[in-house]
Write a protein that binds this ligand. Structure first.
Ligand code: NAI
Ligand code: 15L
Length: 269
């Protein structure tokens, strides 16, 4: 696939979308923006719901690739997750297929494998082919998204890199996120690698910086050409002094998904 130039960035008004609006253009991309809500300072951004199939078809027309960040990004009642992350994702893939878009970078999440025990000292890193163990309806929707991506590759030849993002914020906030942190600059590096790597079919990668306390294996991300430059260790002393070390008797500290594993389920009523 020729290097993409025009990229649809969905979820452009969100936390990660706002960071990527700044960090992706220097790699040479022209971004088309989409979100459910207006994008501040971007009057040309498309305001549309992922469930609006017609609007999505128009939004993807003529782009070379899509970085798909839009959706519900936390646990929520199943009905809401169903609309945005499952039905909405289907509409996005259908629009991309119909308009001949070659590649999607899909923001999956650590919560697709959230029940996986975190490695202890000396354990191997969690491999990318570990069985999925979603920790929430939210994590289930990301698991579905990875299957949808595989299906559209097998059935239609539409490529996807599913990035199981750890925790992408300007700085890590918890002891757990010292292991999962993806710095915004490394996120841009990873998305750029995912957009430009040669043949990817459907490739699943973990999305983290080069953290000293890394829990999962970045081999498949590095194979795309991703070279992380940041390390959360710079924040470790301060965070550990405030919060103390992870405890073996707390499930939120022993599984990848953290408190998503132990929070009570959210039901509609
Ligand atoms: P966010 O919640 O700040 O942004 C999501 C954006 O999607 C919002 O601007 C929202 O308006 C938009 N959106 C929601 N439903 C929509 C719909 N039906 N149609 C159109 N737009 C819709 O989330 P954040 O942190 O920016 O995350 C971006 C993506 O990355 C999400 O898919 C999230 O699940 C994923 N992710 C993020 C991580 C992180 O650490 N920030 C970690 C793992 C995954
Ligand atoms: C996610 O999937 C969320 O979108 C993000 O807000 C964080 O909660 C992150 O996971 C995390 O696990 O830290």
């Amino acid at each position: 696939m020729p290097a993409p130039r025009t990229v649809l960035l969905t979820g452009a008004a969100g936390g990660l979308g706002t960071l990527m609006r700044e960090l992706l253009p220097p790699y040479g991309y022209t971004l088309r923006l989409l979100d459910l809500r207006p994008v501040e300072g971007e009057p040309d951004a498309i305001t549309a719901d992922l469930c609006d199939a017609g609007a999505l078809r128009e939004a993807v027309r003529g782009v070379d690739a899509i970085v798909h960040l839009a959706g519900i990004s936390q646990e929520a009642p199943f009905e809401k997750i169903l609309k945005a992350n499952i039905e909405g994702l289907y509409h996005l893939y259908e629009a991309a297929r119909a308009e001949g878009v070659g590649r999607i970078v899909f923001a999956s999440s650590n919560h697709a494998v959230g029940y996986t025990p975190r490695p202890r000292d000396g354990d191997p890193l969690v491999p990318v082919d570990t069985p999925r163990r979603p920790d929430t309806f939210y994590g289930l929707s990301k698991s579905f998204g990875e299957d949808l991506a595989q299906f559209y590759w097998d059935k239609h030849g539409l490529e996807t890199v599913s990035v199981r993002i750890g925790s992408c914020f300007p700085r890590p906030a918890t002891v757990r996120s010292l292991s999962l942190w993806l710095s915004p600059a490394d996120a841009a590096r990873l998305f750029h690698a995912a957009l430009t790597a040669g043949h990817v079919g459907h490739t699943v990668v973990y999305g983290s910086s080069a953290n000293t306390r890394l829990w999962w294996d970045l081999t498949s991300a590095r194979a795309l050409g991703y070279t992380p430059r940041d390390d959360s260790e710079a924040y470790a002393d301060e965070i550990l002094a405030a919060q103390g070390p992870l405890r073996a008797d707390d499930e939120a500290h022993t599984r990848l998904g953290g408190h998503f594993v132990t929070d009570p389920p959210i039901w509609p009523h």
